[in-house]
Each structure stands twice: as structure tokens, then as C-alpha cells.
Design a protein around this ligand. Structure first.
Ligand code: NAD
Length: 443
């Protein structure tokens, strides 16, 4: 099928590439000329395992094209995906300006029937707005061309995006016509060879499904963080509690890891947006407000443990930071707990020596050149002469750290572990003060 994808961010680029890999002819459109020039030259703007070779291969074959020419891209696609950003508005609700701009562009240029698929995460009712925007543009040029609007929220995880898209747990499709359902079934047929993954429903339910999924995952995290904070106060070990509750199949082990708060481009904004949707519908979503507030506090926990150790005085202290991305296997630093920590350290007069396997470039882009930030080439280099180490992201290479090496490079004997990677007794044996999340400090 001929597919056009608007937006070449995490979702648009991965979706377009995987659809091309499965045999569709794909054109990806973006308004960012540099991004498109880069992609045409084989430069991938994000780090995502497995993405680069797939982009290069399909681009070379001609089944994956990149352009800023929206008009010809609209005309070429039978199916047109909208995969642009939906950042939070001033009041936390989702800002639909990019989605609706694409809808208008489609309405202006379409010459034949289109199936317009909304893949961006958008509030319930957005499909109606997309339909109205297209209809208005068609009316403005007196054109009578049929189209369908479909909701097809994306569930890929950054860091495992290709794997998730190629082998999805489910594909949620919201439609209001049989024909649109058939188009989507054909489009996704190559991804569902062993079993039918399509869950077809009405459009509003599909829109709500995405928010409900992210809000529930965020709730699990904030819930566990609350239990961790309580465990610290009552002298329990949250890791034992986690194993204890995860063994109940109704609870399960997944997504109940305590830590230093969730970040990224999705959970924070989606929880907020869903809460605003509730409010706009005269309903107070108490759980969602609590999830958000708990997370905001949790992101401060690393700094308060660190500062607590030094009696509130971090002036002149050098802090090694391991892990900057909001989670492993990505360079995405949007809303990352590392940022809350580093900014608090700087505010307190300390400096940071940081290392991340993938997010160094992104850190440089965000913070630029500053005297109190040294970006290091390795985890060991970041430790050199530092007064303390703070672990913000659970990259697997940090799990297997060599404590002797840690001892010989780190000047101070303080580790704050925001991801509970290590065994407190081992660190204590090596003479470290080891502050984890929800675990007793072993002397
Ligand atoms: P992103 O910010 O990485 O990329 C958005 C892209 O859209 C940018 O390259 C931007 O230049 C482009 N764009 C903006 N206006 C455009 C226009 N008029 N025409 C063409 N391109 C335009 O965003 P993302 O992370 O890919 O997220 C996109 C959507 O998918 C959001 O709604 C997000 O909530 C949702 N989502 C994201 C993830 C994720 O893990 N990142 C997962 C599931 C769903």
C-alpha cells in the first residue's frame, strides 16, 4: 500500500520505517528541513536499537522516502498517518496545533479518497476535530472527496521501538466504518502473521485506550515509589516487598520497580492530559493527580539523599552522575530525573561529571557549555576525584560495576542509587555509604 507519514520523530520514523520494511511504499514528511536532509543523507536523528540499518536499507531500495513536500506526499498516500508531537499546553492538556495543521494540509491537497490515521496520542474527540479540519479545507476549495478518519494509538517503547512495532502485543484501531477497518487490517496484515493482533473498536474508545494504558503504567510506578518511601520510614526493604507482591499473578512482576521517578515524553504529559480531560468533563480524577504529585516529589529524592549525606552543603562538591537518559537504550532526556538532580546540584553550588552511553550529545544540546558540567568519555572517567556517585538510569553496563575500581576512582565513599542496581551489603563491605530507594542503609 502507499503510505504517507507526517512527522519523523520517534513514532513517525519508526512507524514509517517498519511499514516500509514490511513491503509498503512509504513517504515520511517533516517540516524540519535539517532532519529531512539528514535522513536523506543516512543520518538518523535519534538513537533507537536496530533503526539505522533498517532506514538505510529501505531508503536505498526506494520504499522509504523523506521529504518536506507535503503536497506531493498527501497526493501519493492512500493511507496518511499523523504522527506529530502533542506537547502539553499551558494548562497541561494536549496541544493539538500540530495535529490539526497536518489535517488542514491533507484537506488542502488531497485529490482522491484517503484514510487518515491518527497515531499521535490525542484526547478523546480529536478525530472529530481532524475530520472537521479536513472537511473545512475541502469545502473551501469546493472539493467533494471522501475520506475516513481512524484512531490508531501507538504503544511502542523508546529503546525497544523497532521490536515493539514489528512484533506488537496488540494493534488498537478505532474506526467508524467497515471500509476503514478493512484498510487497517490490510495495512497491518504483515505484522499479524501468527495471530490476529488487531483490536478494532469505536474511535473514542481507541483514543482513551492509549491514555488509560500510560496512566496505569505511571500509576504502578508512583504506587511502588510510595511504598518505597514508606519502607524507608518503617525499616523495611522495598525490594523484598516487590518480590513478595509480584509473585501474585494478579499483580505480576512487571513495572513495579521503585526508582527516582518516571520521565520521558509520554507518561508525564499523558497523565496530565488525561487529568485535564477528566476536569473538562466535570470529573475529578483523584488517582491521576496523586500519581503526578507523587512523581514530582520522587524526582527530588536523589538530591535530598545526596544533600542529606553532606549535611545540606554541596557547595564545591563534585558529583559523578551515571545515566542521563530517562531510561536505558535511548538518548531521550525529556523530563529525565537526571535533569532534576543535576539542576539541583548546580543550584546548591556543586558540579557534575556525567556519563551516559548514548545521551551525551543530547546533554550537550540541552545544557551547552558550562563550567559546572563535565561530560566524560566513560563511566570510570566520570568517577575521578568525585565526592559521590549518583545513578539515575539503569543502563545494564552499570549493573556489573567493579567495586574495587569504583573505590580507586571515586574520592568520596558515597553512592546514591536511584535504580536499586546493587546489593547494599556488598557496598557496605567495600566501605561505601549506599543510599538506594526504599532500602535500609547498611552500616
Ligand atoms: P517528536 O517530537 O519526536 O516528533 C514529532 C515530529 O513531528 C518532529 O520531527 C516535528 O518536526 C514533526 N512535525 C511537526 N509538525 C509537523 C507538520 N505539520 N508536518 C510534518 N511534520 C511535523 O514526537 P514523538 O515522540 O514521535 O511523538 C509523536 C506522537 O506520538 C505524540 O503524540 C506522542 O505522545 C506519541 N507517542 C510517542 C511515543 C514515544 O515513545 N515517543 C510512544 C507512543 C506515542
Amino acid at each position: 500500500m502507499k503510505v504517507t507519514v507526517f512527522g519523523t520523530g520517534y513514532v513517525g520514523l519508526v512507524s514509517g520505517t517498519c511499514l516500509a520494511e514490511m513491503g509498503h511504499e512509504v513517504i515520511c514528511v517533516d517540516v524540519d528541513q535539517d532532519k529531512i536532509d539528514g535522513l536523506n543523507a543516512g543520518r538518523i536523528p535519534i538513537y533507537e536499537p536496530g533503526l539505522e540499518p533498517m532506514v538505510v536499507r529501505n531508503h536505498r531500495l526506494g520504499t522509504l522516502q523523506f521529504t518536506t513536500d507535503a503536497e506531493s506526499a498527501v497526493q501519493a498516500g492512500e493511507v496518511i498517518f499523523i504522527a506529530v508531537g502533542t506537547p502539553p499546553d499551558e494548562d497541561g492538556s494536549a496541544d493539538l496545533q500540530y495535529v490539526l495543521a497536518v489535517a488542514r494540509t491533507i484537506g488542502q491537497h488531497m485529490q482522491s479518497h484517503k484514510t487518515v490515521v491518527d497515531k499521535s496520542t490525542v484526547p478523546v474527540g480529536t478525530a472529530d476535530k481532524v475530520r472537521a479540519a479536513i472537511t473545512q479545507e475541502l469545502a473551501a476549495r469546493d472539493a467533494q472527496i471522501g475520506f475516513d478518519v481512524v484512531s490508531n494509538p501507538e504503544f511502542l517503547k523508546e529503546g525497544a521501538a523497532i521490536e515493539d512495532f514489528m512484533k506488537p502485543d496488540r494493534i488498537v484501531v478505532g474506526v467508524d466504518s467497515k471500509a476503514a477497518g478493512e484498510v487497517m487490517r490490510n495495512l497491518y496484515a504483515p505484522f499479524a502473521r501468527t495471530k490476529d493482533k488487531l483490536i478494532v473498536m469505536d474511535i473514542r474508545s481507541a483514543e482513551l485506550t492509549k491514555y488509560a494504558a500510560n496512566a496505569l503504567l505511571a500509576t504502578k510506578i508512583s504506587f511502588m515509589n510510595e511504598i518505597a518511601n514508606l519502607a524507608e520510614r518503617v525499616g523495611a526493604d522495598v525490594e523484598a516487598v516487590r518480590r513478595g507482591i509480584g509473585s501474585d499473578p494478579r499483580i505480576g512482576y512487571q513495572f513495579i520497580f521503585p526508582g527516582c521517578g518516571y520521565g520521558g515524553s509520554c507518561f508525564p504529559k499523558d497523565v496530565q492530559a488525561l487529568e485535564r480531560t477528566a476536569r473538562a468533563n466535570a470529573y475529578e480524577a483523584r488517582i491521576l493527580s496523586a500519581v503526578e504529585a507523587t512523581n514530582a516529589e520522587q524526582k527530588k529524592v536523589l538530591f535530598s539523599k545526596l544533600s542529606g549525606h553532606f549535611g545540606g552543603d554541596l557547595a564545591g562538591k563534585r558529583i559523578a552522575v551515571w545515566g542521563l537518559s530517562f531510561k536505558p537504550n535511548t538518548d531521550d532526556m525529556r523530563e529525565a530525573p537526571s535533569r532534576t538532580l543535576m539542576e539541583a546540584v548546580w543550584q546548591a553550588g556543586g558540579s557534575v561529571q556525567a556519563f551516559d552511553p548514548e545521551a551525551m550529545e543530547e546533554t550537550r544540546r540541552i545544557y551547552g557549555q558550562r563550567d559546572d558540567l563535565t561530560l566524560c568519555d566513560s563511566a570510570i572517567e566520570a568517577l575521578t576525584d568525585a565526592d559521590a556517585l549518583v545513578i539515575c538510569t539503569e543502563w545494564s553496563q552499570f549493573r556489573t560495576a567493579n567495586f574495587k575500581q569504583l573505590k580507586s576512582h571515586l574520592k568520596g565513599r558515597v553512592v546514591v542509587d536511584g535504580r536499586n542496581l546493587w546489593v547494599p551489603e556488598e557496598l557496605a563491605r567495600e566501605g561505601f555509604y549506599y543510599y538506594a530507594i526504599g532500602r535500609p542503609v547498611v552500616e
